[in-house]
Every structure is written in structure tokens, then in C-alpha cells.
Design a protein around this ligand. Structure first.
Ligand code: PLP
Length: 370
């Protein structure tokens, strides 16, 4: 008889612990060795260590696959594309995390890959582009547009066309969608964000159910060397212990702030799939168990005003990144690499776990004083 499946909030707390021995540590040790005594599986520090393994096994249980930790989310994405032969046709969203977009554009320009950029929310267009493609890269909801791909439909279509599927699950997290259970080959995380959760570490991960794919990705990590530090892995696992608590709270705050922002006279549009009037709501509701904790909104009076609002917050930090316990916001187009499909007046608001009334007062005063 198989053990009953633990829920994610329990897994986050109990997974990746060392075996129980008398006076044994409750937490994994930080493995500060670049090499190991001969005769074992690891041999050298670029292959693995006990601290990575602890973090990896916790993410594995959450995502339902076998996991590899990487030096950053981008190092993880890069390893995925290195699975593909030169010139392989890849379908990807025309807007998404700017660091991934920059990588795809550079692969396109060098001829490393043939990237077919599509509107990921347009299911028919994505399916048409998959004809003859090798791989589909999905990020959903997208950063920062919060577009939702019809993942169940697209993954089934990809399977039927023998197109491999990788999903960046950073925004949704395994608490609200499980791409491997839907049939995706690989799920990727910027561990930097909700998993680590304290804006103090940069790391990434890849998980897959397929042992052969896991071995190939392990080999790419070892050869290309995109490995995390053991201390970072330890910090990420420490952060992961409270990830479900933080995510639930941040998500609750995000929904409330999205509702209030949509009634604010200084806001022309709010993007949050949890709002019933959002164009992505029905689709999101059909297969997601929540809507995440990032809210993007457009400022009626334009980009200069949006920039001033970000500069004038007192509690919300004006900074890039997301997924930390503290709230951050920024005008995304301040970055030259951001897609021109992202409006100039769009603020990406990573909602944290502060008291929601304190956050709302800060939003209101930032608008009023800008
Ligand atoms: C931040 C982010 C990444 C990149 O992760 P790093 O850890 O910064 O390298 C990839 N995808 C999404 C959706 C992100 O938000």
C-alpha cells in the first residue's frame, strides 16, 4: 500500500531533512567541500553535494519529479535549450521574463535556435506554430503581462505533435499548478523568487519525471558548470520551509490590492487573473488553484507619473525582482531589454506579506504625492 500523499505545506516543512539518527542534525549541513573521497558517485563538487540534494529533494516532492539546482533561473533555462540541436525550431511567447527573452533573441540571432515567437494566450496560433517544432517553452502567467496560456490544451497538443514542453512555473508555483502532472517534460523555477522568498539568494531549478532527461540535464549542469553555491542552496531550503505560508498570505493581499487598484481613479488597467473582469480569469480559473501574488497595473497619467509613484513609496521597495516576503514594485520599461509589448506606464507590483491596510495606505500616498 502506498503512503498517503502529503500536502504541499507539509512537504515544504518536512522534505529534504537528513535521515533520523541520534544527535543527527535536523537540517542538512552546508557542504563546504570541492572534492570527495574517491569511489563514490559524486567524486567532484561540480556533480553534487548533500546541501543541493536536500533542496532538490524538497522541490522534487513539490513538483512531482526529479530536480536539479542551478546557479540561477537563467542558468536553468539555458540548460534546457542546450538539450536541443543547432537550429532546432522552438515555440515561445513573444513576451515573458526579459532575461529569458534576451536569451531566446541571442539564440535566434546566432542561429543556435529557430525561435517562433507567438502570442501565448492565443491557443490556435500556438498550436499552428508547433507544426514541425522541437520544443514549446511556456511561461504562464507571463512576467509582467500576466497572460495565461491554456496549459492543459497546449500540452496535449504538443504531445500529439511530439513537441517537447518546458514550463517556467515561477509565477504560479506548485501550489497553484503542476505542469509535470499535466504532461510537461520539464518544469523550471527561478528559486530566487517564491521558493527562497527573502530576496537574499539567486538560484534556479529544473524538475522532470523522465530519468533519461534528468541524466542529460545533470550532464549539462556538470559540463557547463552553472552550479549553485552550497550556502545559497541551504538558504533556499530554509526559505522554502515557509514558502506555502508566505505565498498564501501574499496571494490574499494581491487579490485585495488588485480589487482596490481597479477602482483607483489614477489607474487605467489592472492585470491580475484573479479579478473576475480580467481577460485571463476564466481560463486561469479552469485549471489553476490560485492566481499568484504579482499584480501589474497601468497608470492613467503615463510613464513619468508611474516612475514617480515607484520612487515615492515608503513601505513598498522600489526595486526589481519579485517573490520575496517584502513588497517590491517598479516600472518595467525602465529596463531597455523589456519587451515593447509591455506598456510604458505599467508597474509590476510584487505583493508581499505585510499588512494589507499598510500596503494600501502606501499605494494611496504614493499616487497622491506624485
Ligand atoms: C526572475 C525570473 C527568471 C530568472 O531567474 P533568475 O533566478 O533571476 O536567473 C525566470 N523566469 C521568471 C518568470 C522570473 O521571474
Amino acid at each position: 500500500m502506498s503512503e498517503p500523499k502529503l500536502s504541499p505545506e507539509t512537504i515544504a516543512i518536512s522534505a529534504g531533512r537528513p535521515p533520523i539518527t541520534k544527535d543527527g542534525s535536523l537540517n542538512p549541513n552546508i557542504s563546504l567541500s570541492s572534492t570527495f573521497h574517491a569511489g563514490g558517485e559524486l567524486g567532484y563538487g561540480r556533480s553534487g553535494n548533500e546541501t543541493w540534494s536536500a533542496l532538490e529533494s524538497a522541490i522534487s516532492e513539490l513538483e512531482g519529479g526529479q530536480t536539479l539546482a542551478f546557479a540561477s533561473g537563467n542558468a536553468a533555462i539555458s540548460a534546457v535549450f542546450h538539450l536541443l540541436p543547432i537550429g532546432a525550431p522552438v515555440v515561445a511567447s513573444d513576451q515573458g521574463y526579459s532575461g529569458c527573452m534576451a536569451m531566446l533573441h541571442s539564440f535566434q540571432e546566432s542561429g543556435r535556435l529557430e525561435v517562433r515567437f507567438v502570442d501565448i494566450a492565443n491557443t490556435d496560433a500556438v498550436i499552428a506554430a508547433m507544426n514541425g517544432a522541437a520544443f514549446l517553452w511556456l511561461e504562464s502567467p507571463t512576467n509582467p503581462g500576466l497572460e495565461v496560456a491554456d496549459m492543459p490544451t497546449l500540452i496535449v497538443a504538443a504531445r500529439n505533435l511530439s513537441v517537447g514542453v518546458g514550463v517556467d512555473n515561477t509565477f504560479a508555483t506548485p501550489l497553484i499548478q503542476n505542469p509535470l502532472a499535466m504532461g510537461a517534460d520539464i518544469v523550471m523555477h527561478s528559486v530566487t523568487k517564491y521558493f527562497a522568498g527573502h530576496s537574499d539568494v539567486i538560484m534556479g531549478s529544473l524538475s522532470t519525471k523522465m530519468p533519461a532527461l534528468h541524466s542529460r540535464l545533470h550532464e549539462i549542469r556538470k559540463i557547463h558548470g552553472g552550479i549553485p553555491g552550497p550556502y545559497e542552496a541551504w538558504l533556499a531550503l530554509r526559505g522554502l520551509r515557509t514558502f506555502p505560508l508566505r505565498f498564501e498570505k501574499a496571494q490574499e493581499n494581491a487579490l485585495e490590492l488588485a480589487k482596490r487598484l481597479s477602482k483607483h481613479p489614477g489607474v487605467s488597467r489592472v492585470r491580475y487573473p484573479g479579478l473576475p473582469e480580467d481577460s485571463q480569469h476564466d481560463r486561469a480559473k479552469s485549471f489553476m488553484r490560485g492566481f499568484g501574488a504579482v499584480v501589474s497595473f497601468e497608470v492613467k497619467d503615463g510613464p513619468e507619473k508611474a516612475e514617480r509613484i515607484c520612487e515615492n513609496s515608503k513601505l513598498i521597495t522600489h526595486a526589481t525582482s519579485l517573490g520575496g516576503i517584502e513588497s517590491l514594485w517598479e516600472r518595467r520599461r525602465r529596463w531597455p531589454a523589456e519587451s515593447t509589448l509591455t506598456p510604458e506606464n505599467l508597474i509590476r507590483f510584487s505583493v508581499g506579506c505585510e499588512n494589507v491596510e499598510d500596503l494600501w495606505r502606501d499605494v494611496e500616498q504614493a499616487f497622491a504625492n506624485s
